[in-house]
Ligand binder design. Structure first.
Ligand code: FEO
Length: 397
């Protein structure tokens, strides 16, 4: 029944689109949905690479049965054990009891923990290969991209990299599967957002993996999320390389919390000053309105970060406090930072933002501005000066 996309000869896309889930990981919005990608290689042996979220197991298993056309499934390669990809393993095993599951030692610990599966295992070591007929598949471990058991599979025959979450992005596949047959406009920012939300903390392991894979001739990237990359492989690798080096573009993200608009006026003054002093890429986020998913994306995208908020119960405004903890968790590096705050009777926000800057080892530019109650002319000037100092730093690289 299914007319499956053939990515290379007898290599089929058998993944699914999820347009129902509201929040990925129950945290991150999915305005364009998400895909869970899986691939089936039909050779002398039949090999499935990863599965899908268990909610979509029904159509997933039907696609596999169609592609196998009566043959059995010989191998399941598990590149990643997170349940958005490994969730259907138990049902797959029930449908194909003879299938050998290919993974590493850590994969199998998790396979037991999540699914109670301890038999029919084919353990591989870093660099091992498996010949399945015309295709020879090699396995390269990529620990902490972004789980410890992660590995990637390289098909030497068709030069395909099955890359697990690496090079993945939010966004369902609208009709096509390969980058050349999809509208790509929204995928670039969705890729940055996916990286910032999911992989962000693990820049160093991503760099190690990129280094390790740099010697391979890669013609096709089959990630577990988003388009199959062919024509746009250089752009995709460049985005992952830049993000994992924490290298920001020359722009500034201004983030503020504000209860009654006084701190907001400070943010507006700073943003206007940035523009007046030549910064072209400025994004302003009201932390109570912009989801942190998007704010994190922009913090990963731009070199300059300015944060401000009121003092709340002698602490940071809680929404900013929550954002700051998400930034700390991701250990974002090499940002140029400015900060400001307000209070009604006793200030704490500015000194807490100073402590945050120190913890992050970020370079502080300009003088922090602290305002008591409503915005006064001298504080407006101080905000303008902060914007000017940040602009100088960004424009001079
Ligand atoms: Fe898409 Fe780490 O799972």
């Amino acid at each position: 029944m299914y007319k499956l996309k053939e990515i290379a000869e007898k290599v089929y896309y058998v993944g699914v689109n999820d347009r129902q889930k509201v929040l990925f990981e129950n945290m991150w919005p999915l305005p364009y949905g998400v895909s869970y990608n899986s691939y089936l290689i039909v050779d002398e042996k039949t090999v499935l690479v990863d599965t899908v979220d268990v909610c979509y197991a029904d159509s997933f298993l039907k696609k596999i049965a169609d592609a196998l056309d009566g043959r059995s499934l010989d191998y399941l390669i598990v590149n990643h054990m997170e349940p958005d990809h490994a969730g259907s393993i138990r049902l797959l095993r029930q449908a194909y009891p003879e299938v050998q599951i290919v993974g590493n030692k850590r994969t199998f610990e998790m396979l037991n923990g999540f699914h109670g599966i301890t038999t029919g295992l084919h353990e591989v070591k870093d660099g091992d290969s498996l010949c399945i007929g015309k295709h020879t598949l090699s396995f390269y471990f990529a620990p902490m991209v972004h789980w410890p058991e992660v590995m990637v599979t390289y098909d030497q025959t068709d030069k395909i990299l099955f890359s697990a979450d690496a090079f993945g992005t939010y966004g369902a596949l609208d009709g096509g599967v390969i980058d050349t047959e999809l509208l790509l406009d929204h995928f670039w920012d969705e890729m940055r957002r996916y990286y910032a939300n999911i992989v962000g903390k693990y820049g160093s392991p991503v760099q190690k993996a990129l280094q390790k894979l740099s010697g391979l001739d890669i013609q096709i990237i089959c990630s577990t999320h988003g388009p199959v990359w062919t024509k746009h492989i250089p752009e995709v690798i460049q985005i992952y390389d830049q993000l994992s080096r924490y290298e920001g573009e020359d722009g500034v993200v201004v983030i503020y919390g504000s209860m009654y608009g006084n701190t907001e006026q400070m943010a507006e003054a700073i943003a206007s000053s940035l523009s007046a002093h030549g910064v072209k890429k400025i994004v302003v986020h009201n932390v109570s309105k912009s989801h942190s998913s998007y704010i994190l994306r922009d913090i990963f995208k731009y070199k300059g970060v300015i944060i401000g908020c009121p003092t709340y119960c002698n602490q940071l405004y809680p929404e900013i406090d929550s954002l700051v903890s998400k930034i700390e968790l991701r250990e974002v590096k090499n940002r140029v930072f400015g900060y400001f705050g307000s209070f009604s009777w006793a200030g704490a926000a500015v000194k807490r933002l100073a402590a945050f800057a120190e913890k992050m080892k970020w370079e502080v530019v300009g003088e922090p501005v602290e305002q008591k109650q409503g915005l006064q002319p001298d504080k407006y000037e101080a905000c303008w000066k902060l914007g000017e100092e940040m602009a100088k730093r960004i424009n001079n690289h």
